[in-house]
Unconditional design. Structure first.
Length: 393
């Protein structure tokens, strides 16, 4: 039995093999025609999250590594990392609270009548609503399918607006929490500034310093003057000769200058301190103290920069807490559909026709084999007949 034999067999019985599927297709079309029509509406929005404080969080993380700041920022950083974004909005718009609010607003329990519990209502509602985000553009779309086209339009509008309201409320609460955390951190930084100020004052007082950088510059200038005088005196000594009173006097003066030069440029003792009666200091000692001072001043600069950044962030978060503006921008507003989304009459007719054609063809082929209308091997035919006899009651 070949495929051609089967086709010829079915064509000879086209009254059944094609007539019945044709009638089934008409029946499917009629059923689709009389079935309730569903309409779909869609709204597309873009999320505008506004200003963020990520850079502030990053700044505090970097600053917290300072030896002066220590762990002041450790308890603050953890609460400042999360930011408003589309993921948070998606969590809200797809959340249980928004769905329950929508079901209550539009009395969807009268539509999903078979649902006795809230969870069942939510599951039925989720079958008709679709919320998704475009990964490339970030546009969020919300679709709903219902028999009432006005309901479909108003419902998708409500869903995104309800999510927006909850999002704005959450953002305000988080902004107030952030302000509180920033103020705590600000007080900690100000306490560090006061402490560091005392350290720097003690540093100058214990080392008998007025202005280290200025004193070092004056010392270097004095050393340059001493060096020039010493060199000039050596030249004068050479010209005056070795055995006369003038040479002895020049040598005496040069020794005094060299001694003064060594005080400002040579090695110093562990207990060395600059004299309060002079603004000059030992240059080697001053360089070491200058490095220590620069470390302290570097921490000072970092603290003051942080205070400025915290102040700016507090102002920004206060603005976020005061704002009551929507965070969604409508890209495409919801609409009244002018054509149904389902049922598709042509699809129903095609499915019914194909299904009935396959069913009728199988039945006709089996009957043909039973009555011996195909040139099948005798054994196959006998086995088939025995099978039918067993199936018959």
């Amino acid at each position: 039995m070949s495929l051609i034999d089967v086709l010829i067999f079915l064509l000879k019985r086209k009254k059944y093999s094609f007539g019945i599927p044709f009638l089934a297709g008409i029946l499917g079309f009629v059923l689709a025609w009389v079935s309730p029509e569903y309409y779909k509406s869609e709204i597309r929005v873009f999320l505008d999250t506004g200003s963020k404080t990520t850079s502030m969080s990053s700044f505090i993380k970097n600053a917290a590594s300072s030896s002066v700041l220590g762990s002041l920022g450790a308890s603050i950083i953890g609460g400042m990392g999360a930011q408003e974004n589309e993921d948070l909005y998606m969590e809200i718009v797809e959340g249980r609270d928004v769905k329950l609010a929508t079901i209550e607003k539009f009395r969807l329990d009268t539509i999903y009548k078979g649902a006795k519990y809230k969870e069942t209502l939510i599951k039925n509602f989720e079958k008709d609503i679709r919320i998704k985000v475009d990964e490339l553009t970030g546009v969020i779309s919300c679709e709903y399918e219902a028999k009432n086209k006005v309901l479909a339009r108003d419902l998708v509008r409500f869903v995104v607006e309800e999510a927006n309201t909850r999002y704005v409320k959450l953002r305000k609460e988080r902004a107030l929490q952030t302000i509180e955390q920033l103020n705590v951190f600000k007080h900690s930084v100000m306490a560090s500034v006061d402490s560091l100020s005392k350290v720097l004052i003690t540093f100058y007082r214990d080392n008998n310093l007025l202005d280290l950088e200025s004193q070092l510059k004056l010392t270097v200038t004095a050393l340059a003057g001493y060096e020039e005088q010493i060199n000039n005196m050596r030249i004068s000594e050479s010209k005056a000769g070795s055995d006369n009173s003038t040479t002895a006097e020049l040598r005496k003066r040069r020794f005094i200058l060299e001694k003064e030069f060594q005080k400002l440029r040579g090695e110093y003792s562990e207990d060395y301190l600059p004299s309060k009666n002079s603004i000059y200091i030992n240059s080697d000692w001053a360089v070491e103290k200058l490095i220590e001072q620069e470390k302290l001043e570097s921490d000072f600069k970092r603290l003051f920069a942080m205070l400025e950044a915290i102040g700016s962030s507090i102002v920004m978060e206060e603005g976020n807490a005061a704002k009551n503006l929507p965070v969604i921008q409508i890209v495409q507003d919801a609409y009244l559909a002018d054509y149904k989304s389902k049922p598709k009459r042509a699809m129903w007719a095609m499915v019914a026709a194909i299904f009935s054609f396959v069913t009728v063809s199988i039945v006709l082929i089996l009957l043909g084999i039973y009555h011996g209308e195909f040139n099948c091997e005798q054994k196959i035919r006998a086995n088939f007949i025995n099978l039918l006899r067993v199936i018959k009651p």
